[in-house]
Design a protein around this ligand. Structure first.
Ligand SMILES: Nc1ncnc2c1ncn2[C@@H]1O[C@H](COP(=O)(O)OP(=O)(O)OP(=O)(O)O)[C@@H](O)[C@H]1O
Length: 268
């Protein structure tokens, strides 16, 4: 895995025995910047949780050579009512390096100030989290991610509901990470953003539809294959590698039989 930061080996992820992402194979190059794209429900967040180790595979695996991983979930998954300040949230970035009760050094405090400055939040240290706007909260989360000093960074829709200025600032941080040789995997819905700022793209529809250079992945043909596969997906189908070997979820690529035929096949 010399130049590989992450490798998917027939990775299947899901919930309660139902696959949400299946049979993913491929390698993520160290230092690459990849946009993960696909319709709602296409398995993007599930994949991020699988890489982060929050979700155990139903089958296959995900091997990482990363020294340290940082995962920034969707903003909607975070509880902001917790009585904490910006400095408390951002300081959590030290946790992997210092441990839960480790002392924060003078150098650490300098790094923390530098990260807050880089995301435009100097002076916000004592602000309660529930007083922050969505964009300010996202900036604070980026500062925490910077402090983590991770070499594999997973971002789940980090630019949702942020204004242009915030997006520009946060994209600059992402570009800086890439310049430092860190590997970034970022879930996005904005195709133009992916084309402009992410050299690599993974297009998903519960499985890999296309993966590679962004301009080669984001073709109208691939986008329409992703759409038709997503529409044909049967949420109630089980996992295909059940003990009896039944093929119970869909394997088509959107160009195969129509949805009704494939749903019937899926239920065996
Ligand atoms: N905790 C869960 N329990 C059961 N099913 C889940 C759970 N989380 C997600 N799913 C299902 O897994 C599938 C993939 O969901 P996922 O959140 O990964 O999609 P997504 O591509 O990130 O969607 P979006 O763009 O809307 O965020 C969906 O059918 C969803 O309903």
């Amino acid at each position: 895995m010399n130049d590989t930061c992450l490798e998917f080996r027939n990775l299947t992820l899901g919930y309660d025995g139902h696959a949400a992402v299946h049979h993913l194979n491929g390698a993520v190059e160290r230092g690459s910047l990849t946009a993960v794209l696909g319709a709602n429900g296409s398995g993007k967040s599930t994949l991020m949780k699988g890489i982060a180790g929050i979700l155990k595979p139903l089958g296959g695996g995900c091997v990482s050579s990363a020294r340290r991983l940082a995962y920034l979930p969707q903003l909607s998954e975070l509880d902001r009512s917790f009585p904490a300040r910006v400095v408390d949230l951002v300081s959590l970035g030290f946790w992997q390096q210092r441990g839960l009760f480790g002392r924060v050094t003078r150098d650490d405090k300098g790094r923390l100030s530098g990260c807050l400055d880089a995301v435009g939040l100097s002076g916000f240290e004592a602000r309660p989290l529930d007083s922050l706007s969505g964009g300010q909260m996202q900036r604070a989360l980026f500062a925490r991610t910077m402090l983590q000093d991770a070499d594999l960074i997973l971002l789940d829709e980090p630019f949702n509901a942020v204004d242009d200025e915030t997006m520009r600032d946060l994209l600059a941080v992402v570009a800086q990470w890439a310049g430092e040789g860190r590997t970034v995997f970022c879930v996005l819905h904005d195709h133009a953003l992916a084309r402009a700022h992410f050299p690599q793209a993974l297009l998903m529809a519960r499985k890999q539809v296309a993966w590679g250079r962004t301009e080669e992945v984001m073709t109208s043909d691939n986008l329409s294959r992703a759409r038709s596969f997503q529409e044909a997906w049967d949420d109630t189908a089980g996992w295909c590698e059940e003990p009896r070997g039944l093929q119970r979820h869909l394997h088509g690529d959107g160009a195969g039989p129509d949805a009704s035929v494939r749903k019937a096949a899926a239920h065996g």
